[in-house]
Design a protein around this ligand. Sequence first.
Ligand code: PLP
Length: 280
Amino acid sequence: SSILYNDQIIERDNVVEIEDRGYQFGDGVYEVIGVYDGEPLLMDEHMKRLKRSAREIQLTLPVEVNQLRKKLEELVQVNGLEEGIIYLQVSRGVAPRWHEFPSTDTQAVTVAYTREEERDNELEDQGATAVLTKDIRWLRCDIKTLNLLPNVLAKQKAVENNAIEAILHRGDTVTEASASNVFIVKNGELYTHPADNYILNGITRQKILQLCDELELKAHEETFTVDELFDADEVFISATKMDIAPILQVDGKTIGNGTPGNVTKQLVKEFRKLYEKKKA
Ligand code: PLP
């Protein structure tokens, strides 16, 4: 398949430079964009977040996001991708390895590729289990940077426990999960951590909040505790392409009645309409 390398679509090849700062320092930002029926979903929102992430680490994007967006759409076409994701990253470029920013003439390096991924409707309908683990990340989790080691370690713990996610907590407060946002439902109302420096403001999270508004479901962007998580009627996680996954058990303790709850099911149904209506 083909990849986007800076401003060109080329055959996938060995393009990694050993002194790429993304490779050596995790010095860069990224996005994962869902593709449904050959169409990227919520592209504007992803581009907006990319711009913000780049700005927050003082990285100058080498291209206008509108142009980048067109290139990504072209890549999807060229690869004939129907179901899957686009992975896009921009690193601070290739330069001799010194921690400080490289000289100003160093060009950021943009790379994108596509990956086929079938939709997991079963996960959305049946739910899964999660584990809890300490949030050991830095204090700028709002930036979608390439530095993901704490997330990798957390997800590994989940997998070793046959769970799909690791839900993170800082002290008593639930923040998010290793690669998704966390929502709880109590008495018909939703709660999710506010979009501050402790979480990544997920595009799926934002869309769910918008859907809640439209469905007149009360949603609070407020912190909740680990105890409140265990005591919730429903728990679900959200992320690109996975969309919404009901969580039925956390650390072996059953949430609610142990089946996907009504609010979660309603949101799953509404979320599907976002891409299914395109088919019609
Ligand atoms: N939180 C973290 C730490 C993530 O890595 C992700 C990415 O998948 C999310 C939340 C969900 O964000 P999005 O819905 O934009 O995929």
